[in-house]
Design a protein around this ligand. Structure first.
Ligand SMILES: [Zn+2]
Length: 407
């Protein structure tokens, strides 16, 4: 083994095993019993038995919407999606802090909480054009050594409802967006086939994936998912399509939910959930049993859509378990998988966790097990991205920091 650039001493794996971990060039090079690698070079951090977990994955954020850093903005939106869209346009005019500054604030908050990779949406419409995609690609570049960022070009005001948006989505993929987004084909555009045909054509032509916000409820929403499944297979996009929210699956009877889950699994369509407060949850057990990958995201954080959110994916795992009445260790472990391995797989990242050959994207915290870490949600977290310490005890450090000589 070459001398490690970082040696993590006496960490506790999720199964309770105590280990030392050597990191070389950002990759976990070796995992050994404590003391076996003593005397190797590199910076050493004594974890003193802290729990060592894979970095957290936030699979659904809106970096360009947050007000973080701005003075408090009272929530003024009505309850419907359309009212919230209209309200957001109005509120945006009064926000003096730039999108770039606010997005940076949210990135630093997310990293401080332990997020090492994330997927963000970037609004695209004929008024702002590709401005938010451009801003978020710059934010991605600025923080590239701190967190991996995937960008979805998101038609917040609809695709057909705002003529010219489909062309902008395609242009966005040339300007740095990794995916094209969609939004409620039935209720926002009033033309399910029309929106989906455009999105899938762009995705196939540009070789990118799709992530569709689906708030449309009940059977209407389920039928839209069926249409997505048909197109996913027809365009060869299996494994590259995500449905965000999918509230409809929590509003139909068990038989329909199960049948739809099986259809999604065959087509390779993922679901991402934020465990929203008063809205229906998709049946995660049913989806997972059918073979659907289900992961988790923060969604809106302190923006025109929600005054809440803190980018803490351990808290999101707790909220998922809380909403579903999950209390047993194995259920809480499933919630944890949704904020780590499942999210990593959906974003096309290594899903091996703390393993030799995996990226050294890690968090260490004072807990003895995953359920305890999620119950406690301590702010005392050491966050490591590609073998470099990027945050400590809730404070963002940034990319320039080498590992300290001791903890
Ligand atoms: Zn969203």
């Amino acid at each position: 083994m070459s001398d490690p650039s970082l040696l993590l001493v006496d960490g506790r794996l999720a199964d309770g095993t105590r280990v030392d971990i050597a990191v070389v060039d950002g990759i976990i090079e070796a995992i050994a019993a404590p003391g076996e690698m003593a005397g190797k070079g590199g910076n050493a951090i004594d974890l003193d038995g802290r729990l060592l977990l894979p970095g957290l994955i936030d699979g659904h954020l809106h970096l360009d919407k947050t007000f973080l850093g701005h003075e408090w903005v009272p929530h003024a939106a009505g309850p419907s999606v359309k009212e919230r869209i209209d309200n957001e346009v109005k509120v945006a005019e009064s926000i003096a802090l730039s999108v770039a500054e606010r997005a940076a604030n949210l990135v630093e908050l997310a990293v401080a909480k332990g997020t090492t990779s994330l997927r963000t949406h970037a609004d695209v419409d004929p008024d702002k054009g590709l401005e938010h995609v451009r801003i978020l690609t710059e934010v991605r570049e600025k923080y590239r050594d701190v967190v991996a960022i995937e960008i979805v070009a998101f038609p917040q005001q609809g695709v057909l409802a705002r003529p010219g948006t489909a062309e902008l989505l395609e242009a966005a993929t040339a300007a740095g967006a990794d995916r094209v987004g969609g939004l409620d084909p039935a209720t926002i555009d009033g033309d399910v086939a029309g929106q989906l045909d455009r999105l899938f054509a762009v995705a196939e032509r540009r070789g990118v994936g799709i992530d569709i916000h689906l708030h449309d409820g009940g059977l209407e929403g389920v039928q839209e998912i069926e249409q997505m499944a048909t197109r996913t297979e027809a365009h060869g996009l299996q494994g590259r399509v995500t449905v965000s929210h999918a509230y409809c699956l929590g509003q139909v009877d068990d038989g329909i939910a199960k049948r739809t889950a099986e259809r999604m699994a065959r087509a390779g369509i993922d679901v991402v959930t934020a465990a929203p407060g008063a809205l229906p949850m998709p049946p995660i057990d049913v989806l997972r049993a059918a073979g659907v990958r289900v992961f988790a995201g923060s969604d809106n954080i302190r923006d025109a859509w929600s005054p809440f959110g803190n980018a803490d994916m351990l808290e999101r795992a707790m909220l998922i378990a809380y909403r579903l009445g999950w209390r047993r260790d194995e259920e809480i472990a499933t919630a944890f998988e949704m904020v780590t391995a499942a999210g990593a797989a959906a974003l096309g990242l290594c899903e091996d966790g703390v393993a030799v050959g995996a990226p050294a994207d890690l968090i260490a915290l004072p807990a003895r097990s995953v359920p305890e870490a999620i119950a406690e949600r301590t702010p005392c977290r050491l966050v490591i991205k590609a073998g470099r310490v990027v945050a400590r005890d809730g404070e963002f450090i940034g990319p320039g920091s080498g590992a300290p000589a001791h903890d």
